[in-house]
Write a protein that binds this ligand. Structure first.
Ligand SMILES: Cc1ncc(C[n+]2csc(CCOP(=O)(O)OP(=O)(O)O)c2C)c(N)n1
Ligand SMILES: [Mg+2]
Length: 664
């Protein structure tokens, strides 16, 4: 007795849109729609397919028009990150350049382990009109398109050559998107002709479906062994990564550290895992970490890693942990991460594992001497931050004398300001008045913003400065994309954050280089009435890479936004006549220029009350940089060179490299 299967006759694109609108995720009994909408830019590769389906099924999923395909993937990734990976956005593009524009965003999402669904259009599966506009031709195969470039940057990749293939492809795509261990970019390449082709789809495909995001538990025996290791340790530290925040394990982490006295250092993605102020919060750890966290890491005999990929920034290129017999315990949903540094692997959800570890540690607490050391380091660091941010007065010289000399060539970020010798830097300003240092602006923002406000950032010198100086007072208040550190993420990401958390105020902190690379999503924010406040740090080029270039002996070559100088042949002429405030205003934002701290505070107060998206342009001194603290980052220096500074940098690099360790 077989009941006739009920079917729906739809185009493949209509089936995709209908299916996506029915997907939900659940964790801890809380359920939500997986997709908050679809971002897109239409072209001939999707307008008649996905575009037609979205139009016909208006109401199923809201559609947002982006300005650049890369940016819309960043927006989706930021939205997903803000939702602790329980929700995301889909992105539709045309074929060819629209599709390949998404590749950078895909790589960013996959590297950061956040879910995004990408639906690039693809060449005709039927092939008759080939070669079509924008087609990549190959003499060895007709089964090639530019969308094959998505393969290495996607956690799941498929090409839908027949309409019925989505019946099996879509559930697989959802499984990967909602898997905490496997998630990243999921790409379904949709040939232009197949998108418009009809098929009798089983109606069951469009039933509401709930994807439970599990809280996997670690092996019981390994948990007990981990508890033994912790009991044996005298100087344990915790490195908290993004996984702690995604799994909503911040409460469990606090309980565990309060019971044991173990201090916490945070990665960029993990900042806010133990919100400040807390007696055991030591701030960022690693290459851009705080002195407190880095000294504790250096001497630790046991490192408990929770939800971190242990990137080179976190491990200071494998120099952060110098105790002769240091061991690692790693709590992670992904085996790939849990086994790094030959760690005792606790493969599981951060919250579930921390919850189960806690009772096994009953009665254990670190020694009094260690607790006192943590407290002393923390207090010293707090003073240092206040000094660097110059909370009392905006006297620039304080910052330069305050910061100890860097430990390595790559951290030689503090050097005397040459502000007095550069009256041309800001037109119309008194050459004697010191230009703001970035750290002062960060201090002013910290003092002004509410704990639940979100700062969004990704590339340049800001991530390092913020990792050190920012006090994250809320687990979702510090949104840093530092897996890919992709210039251009900032504004697009800020849009995604605000869409995910409309109840919070969102502040995008962006350098002039990143801004010039990708500012156009301001228009999308204006179009949608989504308010973000952008603080634009203008230092006429790349302070970060300029500093790095100086550190490797190349003198900041090619990193300044200045005219080519006919006399020298170099880019060391006058500052370019770019008016960033005028640029922002032209895109529809409210634009304010703030040259001083009082002006900045005034601008922040004005924009807080304003429902519009605003850009506050703050000129900052490129040379007034924040230094490194007992840390290092491995950037190899030229082995042979005729330049003296390069030779010196190479020597210093060879010496510093001796500290790198293998953990086997
Ligand atoms: C897409 C992309 N291209 C290049 C880089 C390398 N890079 C890192 S920081 C940086 C300069 C950023 O300049 P800006 O935004 O002005 O920040 P600043 O360094 O001045 O603080 C560059 C080129 C990158 N991270 N991303
Ligand atoms: Mg800059």
């Amino acid at each position: 007795m077989t009941a006739r299967r009920s079917t729906l006759r739809l185009t493949m694109a209509q089936a995709v849109v209908r299916f996506l609108s029915q997907q939900r995720t659940a964790r801890d009994g809380r359920e939500q729609a997986l997709f908050g909408g679809v971002f897109g830019i239409f072209g001939h590769g999707n307008v008649a397919g996905i575009g037609q389906a979205l139009h016909e099924q208006r109401g199923a999923l809201p559609y947002y028009l982006a300005r650049n395909e890369q940016a819309m993937v960043h927006t989706a990734a930021a939205y997903a990150k803000m939702h602790n990976r329980l929700r995301t956005l889909a992105c539709t593009s045309s074929i060819g350049p629209g599709a390949t524009n998404m590749i950078t965003g895909a790589a960013g999402a996959t590297i950061n382990r956040v879910p995004v669904l990408l639906l690039p259009g693809d060449l005709f599966a039927g092939r008759r009109p080939a070669p079509v506009l924008q087609q990549l031709e190959s003499s060895h195969s007709q089964d090639v398109s530019v969308n094959d470039c998505f393969r290495p940057v996607s956690r799941y990749w498929d090409r839908i050559n027949r309409p019925e293939q989505v019946v099996t492809a879509l559930p697989e795509a959802m499984r990967v998107l909602t898997s905490p261990a496997e998630t990243g970019a999921v790409t379904l390449a949709l040939p232009q002709d197949v998108q418009a082709e009809a098929y009798d789809y089983p109606a069951a495909l469009f039933e509401p479906r709930v994807w439970t995001v599990p809280r996997a538990r670690a092996d019981r025996g390994l948990l007990q062994e981990a508890a033994r290791w912790i009991r044996e340790s005298r100087r344990p530290v915790i490195v908290a990564g993004g996984g702690v925040i995604y799994s909503e394990a911040t409460g469990a982490l606090r309980q565990l550290v309060e019971a044991t006295g173990i201090p916490v250092g945070e990665t960029q993605a993990g900042k806010g895992a133990l919100p400040e102020p807390h007696p055991l919060a030591t701030g960022g750890v690693g290459a851009t970490g705080t002195q407190a966290a880095n000294l504790l890491a250096r001497d630790a005999d046991l490192v408990i890693v929770a939800g971190s990929r242990l990137s080179d920034f976190t491990t200071a290129s494998k120099t952060a942990f110098q105790h002769e017999r240091v061991r690692f315990i790693s709590i992670n949903v992904a085996e790939l991460d849990a086994f790094k540094h030959a760690a005792l692997p606790l493969v599981g959800d951060a919250r579930a594992v921390l919850d189960e570890l806690l009772p096994l540690l009953e009665g254990y607490r670190v020694g009094v001497e260690y607790t006192e050391r943590v407290a002393a380091l923390q207090a010293a660091w707090r003073d240092e931050v206040d000094r660097v941010c110059n909370r009392q007065s905006a006297n620039q010289s304080a910052i330069q004398s305050a910061i100890p000399h860097p430990q390595s060539p790559n951290q030689s970020a503090v050097r005397p300001s040459r502000a007095s010798g550069r009256p041309e830097l800001v037109e119309g300003r008194d050459p004697q008045s010191a230009m703001l240092a970035q750290a002062h602006v960060i201090g002013a923002l910290q003092d002004t913003l509410a704990p639940t406000d979100v700062i969004v950032c990704a590339a340049g010198s800001l991530p390092g400065d913020l990792h050190k100086l920012w006090r994250a007072r809320d687990p979702k208040g510090y949104h840093m994309e530092y897996g890919y550190s992709c210039m251009g993420y900032e504004i697009a990401g800020g849009l995604g954050v605000k869409m995910a958390a409309p109840e919070r105020d969102v502040y995008v902190l962006v350098g002039d280089g990143s801004y010039l690379m990708m500012a156009q999503e301001i228009v999308t924010a204006v179009q949608e009435g989504i308010k973000i406040t952008i603080v634009l740090f203008d230092n006429h080029g790349f302070a970060s890479i300029g500093g790095l270039s100086e550190a490797v002996g190349s003198g900041g070559f090619g990193t300044r936004y200045r005219y080519r100088n006919a006399a020298t042949g170099e880019l060391d002429g006058d500052v370019l006549p770019v008016d960033l405030a005028a640029n922002a205003a032209s895109l529809g934002a409210r634009a304010i220029r703030a040259d001083t701290l009082p002006a900045l505070r005034e601008a922040l107060a004005a924009t807080a009350k304003d429902p519009r998206t605003s850009v506050i342009v703050v000129p900052v001194d490129r040379e007034a940089r924040v230094g490194g603290y007992d840390s290092w980052w491995d950037v190899p220096v030229a082995e042979v060179s005729t330049t003296r500074t390069v030779q010196a940098a190479r020597e210093a690099w060879e010496a510093a490299r001796q500290k790198e360790r293998d953990f086997l």
